[in-house]
Write a protein that binds this ligand. Sequence first.
Ligand code: SF4
Length: 193
Amino acid sequence: MITYEIDGTLYINMTNRCTNTCSFCIRTESKTFEYDLWLDREPEVEEIIDEIGTADKYEEVVFCGFGEPMIRLPDLIEVARHLKKINKKVRVNTNGQADLIWGRKVARELEGLVDHISISLNASNPRSYQELCSSEFGEKAHQAIIDFAIECLKYIPQVTLSVVDVIPGEEIEKCREIAEKAGTSFRVRHMQD
Ligand code: SF4
């Protein structure tokens, strides 16, 4: 399934690939989700745009997953251009590792195309992050995520760092402090948000 709807918002599922293997990820076999988001193959940009159409019902469209959408950055940008042509608000939900994935700072490429980026911080320090999320980039992922969020503030109107409510309250508060220091919004997500 390439697109799906939750609470009146349209979500785009471009890839099942991810640089993390989070212990709480709904992709793991033991978790359930109301839609089947496993893709037989990754859809082409044209297929995604065809499926979105004019999206008349929706104010906002979100690049999300079953995977990390920034892995397909050039395709995401093309689809976002279409979404801006049809006057949609665009959000990206990401694990924040795009600069590591692409080996360069990519936030500026989203300017004028993305209205809100929600970046999963998930832990207050590199070791806890790696224990929870198992990034293929190792412990350096944590600082890269914070740096990416700070860079996004230059180009994207709304930047949120988020955590999932599977971590202890004390850890959530430390993450809130990181977001405050970075200058982003902060959100605690329910596990399947
Ligand atoms: S970053 Fe998201 S898609 Fe990737 S493993 Fe973690 S929860 Fe799953």
